[in-house]
Design a protein around this ligand. Structure first.
Ligand code: CTP
Length: 414
């Protein structure tokens, strides 16, 4: 596996902030972007500065805030900022900024920058439901999307006043995930367009009684990253998640499950018309032979014996039955530590054969690596026994794209 630390510098990001109450959530997004190593130039509109002042943006980005086309005119800031950016994110994107961007208006630094930027543009809308649903906004969003601008759908929930509905700014983590995905996707385009893919994520729980369960520490981050990456590459995505405490990715069909048996049913149902299924979840392997309907009580000394039975092996069943047809691609994950006698590659090769899947992603989790960490590194093995493909250390999105690269190659029959 590769040496950690050998990474290309993170691209420059422009964060445009339009004038809405959700501007304060842009601070959290900015922090996430800078913590990911990006050099971020914040370009607030004049009305955004009414909500959050320039000193806050300057402090969080570590550089002066650019808000005015008339400042530093000699260096033509809108052209310089637009050209240098690897990604332009607008959050919150108000109805006004969507309209201006759709019509090519340029009356301040942000709208000028939007016209000069040649990098991917991501817009995260926030406005009242009526404004989001207005035919003018719908048409503007459709125009922008047709031009390749990535406009996220706003979340539903509590709005500024007492009202609730669609129009909330997507969670900063979801915007960050979409931003990272756009940067990672690079030249891949929409090579999964017209495909349906199913991803499982998280850790299942097996109930002992109404209050206790057997579970595991899987965070579901890798599965989420896979879902977001596939969505960005044009796929229709079903994400079957078990106890994932992360915002639901916009545009993904999410099915929430509890136990391994639930996960099996949901994955098999979704897989019936899927081109590929990626089992990134950590299903519990054992479940109590009987679930107590009432809370198990202490009875004198000694602890009750737990009788466990095996849960269904979803990956093995999928591989054997291929519910989506014989060409369906099935991918498993394996987190291995090696055991002194046998190295991780041998264990993973055995697992791939045992499970019968087409591809197996091996995470070496010896010495505390990978689990619970935002970064990962892995190798991808295939059923033909080809030379394993190493995936260098990096965010889980890097591995997600490497998995979809391998899947698309199989789907294309190469
Ligand atoms: N998996 C599954 N159903 C299960 C257990 C695991 O589909 N009941 C899938 C996981 O989603 C993963 C792969 O199988 O893609 C490997 O998971 P792992 O826990 O390593 O496999 P086990 O079958 O538990 O293998 P072992 O106990 O031999 O390590």
């Amino acid at each position: 596996m590769s040496e950690p630390g050998l990474r290309a510098p993170a691209p420059r990001v422009v964060l445009g902030v339009a004038g809405g109450i959700a501007a304060y959530k842009g601070c959290e997004l900015l922090r996430g972007l800078t913590e990911s190593g990006h050099d971020v130039t914040v370009v607030p509109t004049a009305s955004a500065l009414e909500f959050v002042g320039a000193p806050t943006w300057a402090a969080l980005s570590g550089k002066p805030v650019a808000a005015d086309v008339w400042a530093s005119v000699h260096e033509v800031p809108h052209v310089r900022i637009g050209r240098e950016a690897g990604l332009l994110v607008v959050a919150p994107a108000t109805a006004d900024i969507l309209a201006k961007a759709a019509h090519g208006l340029a009356d301040d630094l942000l709208t000028n920058t939007l016209l000069t930027a040649r990098c991917p543009v991501l817009m995260a809308p926030a406005m009242h439901t009526e404004m989001w649903e207005h035919p003018a906004t719908r048409a503007n969003v459709a125009t922008l999307r047709e031009r390749g601008v990535h406009v996220l759908d706003p979340d539903s929930g509590r709005l500024t006043g007492a009202d609730t509905g669609r129009g909330r700014l997507p969670h900063p983590d979801a915007i960050l995930e979409a931003a990272r995905d756009l940067l990672l996707r690079g030249e891949r385009g929409t090579d999964l367009a017209g495909r349906h893919v199913v991803v499982s994520a998280g850790g299942t729980r097996e109930a002992l009684d109404p209050v206790r369960f057997l579970g595991n520490r899987s965070s579901g981050r890798q599965g989420q990253a896979l879902a977001v990456a596939a969505l960005g590459r044009g796929a229709r995505v079903t994400l079957v998640r078990a106890h994932v405490d992360l915002p639901t990715p916009a545009g993904v069909t999410v099915v929430e499950v509890d136990s391994t048996a639930d996960l099996r049913d949901a994955v098999l149902a979704a897989a019936s018309d899927a081109d590929a299924v990626v089992m990134a979840a950590a299903p519990a392997d054992f479940t109590p032979a009987a679930r107590s309907e009432t809370k198990i009580k202490k009875t004198g000394d000694g602890a009750p014996a737990l009788e466990l039975v095996q849960t269904p092996d979803v990956l093995r069943e999928l591989s054997a039955t291929r519910p989506g047809g014989p060409d369906q691609v099935v991918v498993g994950f394996a987190a291995e530590t090696g055991d002194g006698d046998t190295d991780v590659l041998t264990l993973a090769t055995d697992k791939l054969r045992r499970k019968g899947c087409d591809l197996l992603v091996l995470n070496d989790v010896g010495d505390g690596r990978v689990f619970g960490r935002p970064d990962t590194e892995a190798v991808v093995l295939d059923a033909e026994g080809s030379e394993p493909t190493p995936v260098p250390a990096g965010p889980k999105g890097v591995l997600a794209h490497a998995v979809w690269d391998a899947v698309t190659r199989r789907l294309a029959g190469s």
